[in-house]
Design a protein around this ligand. Structure first.
Ligand SMILES: *Cc1c(COP(=O)(O)O)cnc(C)c1O
Length: 405
């Protein structure tokens, strides 16, 4: 089958980057020209057949696309229906994040910017960014909270091995939110020669749109693959939601298919009622964070509240503005599962399918239990779960929590 990895998206945010009441640009004045330049370059690039061919080539031969759509027969026997997994865990670097990092570095090259910055929490986006910077020979500075540097030392080593500089952030709590602030400050100062690679469908316009478009390769492939295999569209799409990029990438190409139900699974952490979660769509409220308006976890004064999840990649207090819009207009449904449920799902998927999935990804699998309890899975129901990443990076946590050694 031909790998059609990149095409023109018709569904745009309005000219201010608004998805209904969400999105927009809440940034210092000095960044507006850089955001305008990025938006303009992207418009040119997506009409440029050479850019598309280049992107297709790297996605195929470097990232390893197209990724399989795998019929998980034993999970299907267990839960009912016909359950398929979109195998983003088989992408180079072990998750979907490389799809976006690749698209953005090709844009940075087109804009003639020799330096890349990014922020990272768990280190997965940092690793994807360091990877493409090494591949294209661009200078790479990654901001990371000192707490996270300690917790995620293996990813720090991976970034350094590929030639990136990891800059420890000591302000605030030394985690992702603080790293984001420092990266933003760096960008304001160095915007002429620096591109900021944002890792999810968040941030000021045009980021939510362009990250969505670069990740939409997931849904385009899955749509063609399921039509090929089953001769019809799926009933359900299920994906975990941190910032929301793997979910948006899967959902987006099915947007016009009214029969396809979309479910985004957030992290309920220790339980929504404990306040120790990161489920802004399930339990947050609208506000402004990281340059755009969206749902987020905040206290009564509008301060971003600390989030918690066993999965570092979901431990983020905000969510992409287009997801907030889908929640509001009902196009997608958002639910949350706990740390304990996600851990149980890691074990179950490992035992039934021989797949060790990331803790983030496990949240999507955990929702199968609810679907079963609510009798949503009929014999002929078709479900696609986005298998966003593999679990090697989480083995320390998994070993500890499941008492494996
Ligand atoms: C980072 C990450 C996520 C969460 O990010 P989204 O933008 O919500 O996709 C999910 N799964 C894996 C494997 C990740 O590395």
């Amino acid at each position: 089958m031909k790998v059609t990895t990149y095409d023109i998206q018709r569904q745009m945010p309005d000219s201010n980057g608004r998805f209904g009441p969400f999105g927009g640009r809440f940034v210092p004045e000095t960044l507006i020209p850089a955001l305008d330049q990025l938006a303009a370059e992207y418009e040119l690039a997506k009409e440029d057949p050479r850019f598309q061919a280049e992107m297709d080539g790297y996605l195929k031969n470097y990232v390893g696309r197209e990724t399989p759509l795998y019929h998980a027969e034993r999970l299907s026997q267990q839960f009912g229906g016909r359950i398929y997994l979109k195998r983003e865990d088989l992408c180079h670097t072990g998750a979907h994040k490389i799809n976006n990092a690749l698209g953005q570095i090709l844009l940075a090259r087109r804009m003639g910017k020799p330096r890349i910055i990014a922020e990272t929490g768990a280190g997965q986006h940092g690793v994807a960014t360091a990877t493409v910077c090494a591949r294209f020979g661009l200078k790479c500075d990654i901001y990371m909270g000192f707490e996270d540097i300690e917790r995620q030392s293996l990813n720090v080593a991976r970034m350094r091995l590929m030639g990136a500089k990891v800059i420890p952030v000591t302000s605030g709590t030394g985690t992702l939110k603080d790293a984001t602030n420092d990266a933003m400050r760096d960008w304001v100062t160095n915007v002429r020669d620096t591109h900021y690679i944002i890792g999810s469908v968040v941030g000021p316009h045009p980021y939510p749109m362009l990250v969505r478009d670069f990740q939409s390769v997931i849904g385009r492939e899955a749509r063609a693959q399921i039509l090929d295999r089953e001769g019809r569209l799926p009933d359900y799409l299920v994906a975990c939601v941190g910032g929301g990029s793997n979910a948006m990438g899967l959902f987006y190409p099915f947007l016009q298919d009214g029969s396809v139900k979309m479910i985004g699974v957030e992290a309920a952490g220790e339980g929504i009622e404990t306040g120790r979660h990161c489920a802004p769509l399930s339990a947050g409220s609208p506000g402004v964070f990281q340059g755009s308006a969206s749902y987020l976890i905040q206290d009564n004064d509008g301060q971003v509240a600390p989030s918690h999840s066993i999965s570092a990649g979901l431990d983020y207090p905000g969510v992409g503005p287009e997801h907030s819009w889908f929640k509001e207009n009902g196009r997608a449904k958002y639910v949350a599962v706990s740390d304990a449920e996600a851990l149980a799902a890691v074990r179950n998927v490992a035992e039934t399918e021989g797949l060790i999935v990331a803790l983030e990804t496990a949240h999507a699998f955990a929702y199968l239990h609810t679907m079963q309890e609510e009798h949503l899975l009929k014999d002929d129901s078709i479900v696609i779960i986005n298998c966003s990443g593999r679990g090697d990076k989480d083995m320390n946590t998994i070993v500890r929590e499941l008492h494996l050694v």
